[in-house]
Design a protein around this ligand. Structure first.
Ligand code: RIB
Length: 348
């Protein structure tokens, strides 16, 4: 008779320990890409499915967790939340997603609502109000995991990406192509990831001996509209940057549309780098050079941390650090070049 594959079978087939299989499936610890692929392939070949029912029976709580994010129209959040949902499903949990629009009052309302629904834990994506994060732990009295905000100093679990290094990669790419007048569309001043990218922008210029010019910096809000609005400001009065670093892909899209309306070609007249690598970025015209965040992995890892905390509240707080990586596509080239990158989408 056909036997259902177990986690042990997956481990044996992939040639790894069951702990490694569990880390890959739950994202609780970074696992190198070679081992990760071997585990995923073994899972697929054996048709391994975690035993949801057994897990739900073992569980005492509601079987639901909450996610609060700040903009559900931004694919960065839906793609990251997808990782949470996948990991939750594998563990027999359902996920309630709330969109706060970054409004602290709404965030508080959602926290109340989630408490009423008796969720077993909450994942907070990029929630900007620091009081809220602390309040979240107290008011809900359930585990909280932060994503894209370091919880270490508050003794909270978190998943963070090295945005300073990501910003540096973007800038070094533009500088190595020969750009000297690089504008930037920054993010909100109350967003740590945005501030780290801005620090990288300024430091990369300084290292290259290029003075920081504040007329080349526009404060956006991570929405396409603000990327669009940035262009008249950054490209006015004969100022003509040859390159633009937008702190997320949506703002890069808005900027490219406004540049095209002015008759400027990407990348021949202006090179553009985004940040996030949302799915649409490789289908945009031109395909966007961008700094990729490991969105699904971040979501999976956040759920893994949450589950560990649900199961053992005495665990020491953990902060998982992940890396961003530059993906070169066709929106960047040397100043004055007639063609874009090779379009291979190669990672650096
Ligand atoms: O696109 C949303 C942005 O907000 C992302 O870059 C993420 O890191 C957050 O700070």
């Amino acid at each position: 008779m056909h036997r259902t594959a177990t986690m042990k079978d997956v481990a044996r087939k992939a040639g790894v320990s069951t702990a490694t299989v569990s880390h890959v499936l739950n994202g609780t610890r970074p696992v190198g890409s070679v081992l990760r692929d071997r585990v995923r392939q073994a899972v697929a070949e054996l048709g391994y499915r975690p035993n949801f029912i057994a897990r739900s029976l073992r569980r005492k709580g509601s079987g639901a967790v909450g996610v609060i994010l700040i903009d559900d129209t931004n694919p960065f959040f839906s793609e990251s939340t997808r990782g949470v949902k996948d990991a939750a499903l594998e563990n027999g949990y359902s996920v309630l997603v709330c969109n706060s629009e970054g409004d602290p009052d709404r965030e508080n309302e959602f926290l109340e609502l989630l408490a009423e629904k008796q969720v077993e834990g909450v994942i907070l994506f990029n929630v900007r109000d620091s009081n809220l994060r602390e309040a979240a732990g107290r008011r809900l009295a359930v585990p909280v995991v932060l994503v894209d905000r370091d919880g270490a100093s508050r003794g909270m679990d978190s998943v963070v990406v090295d945005h300073y290094a990501g910003g540096m990669d973007a800038m070094e790419h533009l500088l190595s192509l020969g750009h000297g007048r690089i504008a930037c569309i920054a993010g909100p001043s109350n967003s740590t990831p945005a501030l780290l990218r801005l620090r990288a922008y300024a430091n990369a210029l300084r290292r290259a001996g290029i003075p920081y010019d504040k007329s080349l910096v526009y404060r956006g809000d991570f929405r396409s509209e603000s990327g669009y609005a940035a262009i008249p400001f950054l490209f006015s009065d004969g100022k003509l940057p040859t390159a633009l670093f937008a702190f997320n892909d949506l703002m890069a899209f808005g900027a490219i549309t406004a540049l095209a309306e002015r008759g400027l070609r990407i990348p021949e007249d202006v090179s553009v780098v985004g940040y996030d690598d949302i799915l649409l970025s490789s289908f945009f015209n031109p395909p966007l050079t961008t700094v990729a965040q490991p969105k699904k992995e971040m979501g999976r890892a956040a759920f893994g941390l949450l589950l560990d905390r649900i199961n053992d509240e005495s665990l020491p707080a953990r902060s998982l650090r992940m890396n961003a990586r530059l993906v070169v596509r066709k929106s960047t080239a040397s100043p004055g070049a007639s063609k874009g990158g090779d379009g291979s989408g190669c990672m650096r």
